[in-house]
Design a protein around this ligand. Structure first.
Ligand code: IMP
Ligand code: MG
Length: 190
């Protein structure tokens, strides 16, 4: 398979450079997959992907899961088209599955302030699941202001805007096959 892995990419006028290369993503996701498979043996968890950003990560993570499981999706919107969070969470699509008594694993692309994931954890608990866990590919630890427990983290990253592997900038860049970060040198304007 030929993947889209440029050394530098322009998106909505800003320049981005690689931050987490494809191989690192693959290795880490394999580890997360086997940890989750071990922890949820015989529990038939349901993975709930947070659209749109998490669809690429969920697709790869799921193929590293070696136990019986289910998948569903929900959709939230918090960023709009900006590079900073709007501070508001809007429901755009609900899950179809009945999660009462089930082990739920929320799958996020990135935890930034923690607002979205906190909102989702609370929302899941209202439906009486057996448990709610969170796996996120990326966590901007210094930016997180809401008190949330993340069970599985791919990579802790600094508070910088990132792109690719499902993550977008005003809906562009999701097709990049690794994680890119804004190249501040090239984007400083005088
Ligand atoms: P939070 O609610 O502030 O934690 O923001 C989480 C959501 O904002 C994520 O699910 C992403 O959709 C989006 N987001 C946060 N940081 C970035 C980023 O650096 N690039 C692209 N999207 C981001
Ligand atoms: Mg998201």
């Amino acid at each position: 398979m030929s993947l889209f892995l440029p050394d530098s990419v322009k998106c909505n006028g800003d320049t981005f450079k690689p931050l987490i290369p494809r191989k690192e993503l693959e290795k880490r996701i394999e580890v997360l997959g086997s940890q989750i498979s071990n922890d949820f043996q015989d529990k038939r968890p349901i993975f709930i992907g947070v659209l749109n950003g998490a669809f690429v990560f969920l697709a790869d993570l799921l193929r590293s899961i070696s136990i019986n499981c289910e998948v569903d999706f929900l959709k939230l919107s918090s960023y709009g088209d900006e590079k900073v969070s709007s501070g508001k969470v809007t429901d755009k699509k609900q899950i179809d599955a009945d999660i009462e008594g089930r082990h739920v694993i929320l799958v996020e692309d990135i935890v930034d302030t923690g607002l979205s994931i906190k909102y989702l954890i609370n929302k899941m608990y209202e439906k009486n699941p057996a448990s709610v866990s969170v796996v996120t590919l990326l966590h901007k630890t210094d930016a997180t202001i809401y008190d949330v427990k993340i069970d599985y983290t791919g990579f802790k990253i600094p508070t910088l805007f990132v792109l690719g592997y499902g993550l977008d900038y005003a809906q562009e860049g999701r097709n990049l096959a690794q994680i890119y970060v804004i190249d501040e040198k090239s984007t400083i304007k005088d």
